[in-house]
Design a binder for this molecule. Structure first.
Ligand code: ZN
Length: 275
């Protein structure tokens, strides 16, 4: 439109310089030109009109797309809500969150134990969260004659001695006593690459053979069965430290695999009673 206006201005400037005769000659030309302008203007307007129609159509189609987007967003929000809830609950096949079973049996069959938690420190209680508990790992202390309390204090002392990184959730003593050192939702430094999804039990033993006395053995069975109940596991989910790294631990159950099988069976029987 700008160039038409300029042309019109040029023409009117020319018009002013012309005499009457020339003006009359120009008159008809100008009319034609005006008609031509009108035609172009109308044509332009038509095109613009069509554009407007097209724009409206696009806008309508755009609205359709907007509706789809809104529906998609809603589905996404519902998904986030549901999956978020599952993650919080540590439920479903996708999430590995820590969770415990609750119920009368879990409370009723909790073995007597002393809860004597270690002081949080990077050598024995890093306060790292565990994910879902997949296995219970049995160990022996490799410290003949030492009591559960002595082993617990050794772990506690690592915060000062910095000798190594080591600990265990539970220690079963020579009198069958059970000491808990670390909450089961926190990592213990016991089972190498499996620290994150296992609960560990250290077991005291009277001598170098690594065999367990009856009191220790009975408490090991009771505690293992209760942990299976608590984490919805079975006796087949009990493993030896040996099964993780090949370390000879617990020595007695590595030297005598049939004793290990027997131990699992004993836990299975106890678990049946608890359930
Ligand atoms: Zn071990």
């Amino acid at each position: 439109m700008e160039q038409f206006r300029e042309l019109e201005e040029d023409l009117s400037a020319l018009f002013l310089t012309l005499d009457k005769k020339s003006l009359r000659n120009l008159g008809s030309f100008f009319k034609k030109q005006t008609r031509f302008f009108d035609y172009n203007r109308r044509k332009l307007q038509d095109e613009k009109g069509n554009n407007d129609v097209r724009k409206t159509r696009q806008r309508r189609r755009g609205n359709g797309r907007g509706g789809l987007m809104k529906a998609g967003l809603l589905v996404l929000m519902i998904l986030v809500f549901v999956l978020g809830g599952m993650k919080l609950a540590g439920a479903g096949p996708f999430f590995d969150g820590y969770r415990e079973m609750e119920g009368e049996a879990v409370d009723a069959f909790r073995p007597d134990m002393t809860v004597d938690l270690l002081t949080p420190n990077s050598y024995s209680r890093p306060e790292t969260g565990t994910s879902r508990i997949r296995n219970i790992v049995l160990h022996y202390t490799a410290n003949p004659g030492a009591t559960a309390k002595q082993n617990r204090d050794y772990f506690e002392g690592l915060k000062d001695t910095h000798l190594t990184k080591a600990s265990s959730h539970f220690i079963v003593g020579l009198d069958g006593e059970i000491v808990q050192c670390i909450p089961t939702w926190e990592v213990a430094y016991a089972s190498n690459n499996r620290n994150g999804d296992t609960v560990s039990i250290e077991c005291c033993h009277p001598d170098e053979s690594g065999s367990f006395n009856q009191k220790t053995y009975d408490s090991m069975v009771r505690l293992s069965a209760w942990l299976c109940l608590k984490f919805n596991l079975t006796e087949n989910d009990l493993i030896r430290h040996y099964d993780v790294t090949g370390k000879i631990c617990p020595k007695y159950f590595v030297d005598y695999p049939e004793k290990w099988t027997q131990f699992q069976a004993d836990v299975g029987k106890m678990l049946e009673k608890m359930r």
